[in-house]
Design a protein around this ligand. Structure first.
Ligand code: T4K
Length: 370
């Protein structure tokens, strides 16, 4: 009998019977969406949990990114990283904005602040960095550049739920930060996302934008979109939030297991956490270096042969997809670090309910014992 499949991630699902009372409440109220009681309660509880002032919930992280750009009226060119999920770049294209790719830092794998200034032109109106794998960007250096050139910062913080630095939640940085609550994320609402807003006025404006631009029954102030989170999604978030500390603790244990087991394997480099005081262990990226007996893709395929579905996040680079690759900033010569990392990276399975025997299977394949 072959081994059970092990995926790069699996959502944590609380006991089904605990979800039933939420559904009963929704059935009773008949309020299914449009900012109902579950939605309002989740916004409140997330503010408390994350330690931020204002959150606007969305139906997914991508629509939240689109709306964040709309709300700041970003146009022209935006500096961003090629080393991310394709939604980062797509949110710019959907707004008619030209992405300008800047290389990443070899240690943090985030946008390299030292390379940003050279990419700024009179058309640049914003920077969109990503806290990749939940590892914080160099927020101080990025803010200094944005202040100097009077441009905005929108953090794609899709991976950074619950991550903190010395001053608190990393989600407080930038003009706006956007998180994803997709099923594959540390905290999920099946599909979902949010914009973290600095003040109530901004949140209200974003609330209008996510509801077609309506401010009352007959007044539409902007060409808004439908970005609303439904009551089912919000209620699942409320239930999930009860378990979030144990979810993150279980992820931490997986992270520690891998770090101790993979130590000293020639040619395998574990990507270090950097800059956070509280991590969320959202991904477990390793780099398959030249000293390892297999290439990254050979190891990926070998794991797959054993029913272990590691993922090459992020390969190809965003800049390599057809709608980006003819842009001058997309050239490999402009992005040598990102290119190199994307050819070596492999994200290993990490999620709360992964078992020790599954983890041991992963490790023994990497060690060449299988
Ligand atoms: N910005 C960044 C930096 C992002 O990483 C993302 C999303 C976004 C923006 C956009 O946010 P959203 O609009 O998605 O809220 C997955 C996710 O779909 C995507 O949300 C995520 N980033 C990206 C990094 O990963 P895929 O295409 O790799 O997902 P998929 O379906 O192959 O799932 C991976 C594995 O997870 C599966 O092999 C099994 C497991 N899985 C998946 C789903 C959907 C489950 O066990 N249950 C599930 O329901 O993109």
């Amino acid at each position: 009998m072959s081994d059970e499949p092990v995926y790069v991630t699996q959502p944590y699902l609380p006991p089904l019977e605990e979800f039933v009372p939420y559904l009963e409440q929704i059935w009773q109220s008949k309020v299914l969406t449009n900012g109902g009681p579950m939605h309002q309660q989740l916004e409140k509880e997330l503010c408390d949990y994350l330690g931020v002032e204002h959150i606007a919930l969305f139906n997914n992280g991508t629509i939240a990114l689109l709306t964040a750009l709309q709300s700041l009226r970003v146009t022209g060119e935006v500096i961003t990283t090629p080393y991310s999920f394709v939604a980062t770049g797509h949110s710019l294209l959907w707004n008619g904005i030209k992405p300008v790719f800047v290389d990443i830092d070899a240690k943090t794998l985030n946008l390299d602040p030292a390379k940003i200034e050279a990419a700024i032109t009179p058309q640049t109106t914003a920077i969109m960095p990503v806290h990749c794998y939940g590892h914080p960007c160099d927020v101080d250096a990025i803010k200094k550049i944005a202040d100097t050139y009077n441009i905005k910062i929108i953090y794609d913080a899709a991976h950074a739920f619950g991550v903190k630095d010395d001053g608190g939640s990393v989600l407080r940085h930038g003009d706006l930060s956007v998180v994803s609550f997709h099923a594959t994320k540390v905290f999920n609402t099946f599909e979902g996302g949010a914009i973290i807003c600095p003040d109530l006025k901004t949140k209200q404006q974003i609330n209008h934008l996510k509801n077609f631009g309506f401010v009352d029954e007959i007044t539409v102030v902007a060409p808004g979109i439908n970005g609303k989170m439904s009551e089912i999604n919000a209620s699942f978030g409320l239930l999930q939030l009860k378990y979030i500390d144990s979810i993150i603790a279980a992820r931490k244990a997986v992270d520690e297991f891998y770090r101790s087991e993979l130590k000293g394997i020639f040619g395998i480099k574990v990507v270090e956490e950097s800059g956070q005081t509280t991590a969320n262990y959202s991904y477990f990226p390793i780099l398959v270096e030249s000293g390892y007996p297999l290439s990254r893709d050979q190891l990926y395929l070998k794991l797959k042969d054993h029913n272990i579905f590691a993922r090459r996040y992020f390969f190809p680079l965003i800049s390599e997809f057809p709608m980006y690759r003819s842009m001058p900033s997309a050239k490999d010569a402009n992005l040598p670090v990102a290119k190199g990392i994307s050819l070596r990276v492999l994200c290993l399975p990490i999620y709360p309910n992964i078992t020790i025997s599954e983890l041991s299977r992963v490790v023994s394949i990497i060690k060449g014992e299988k």
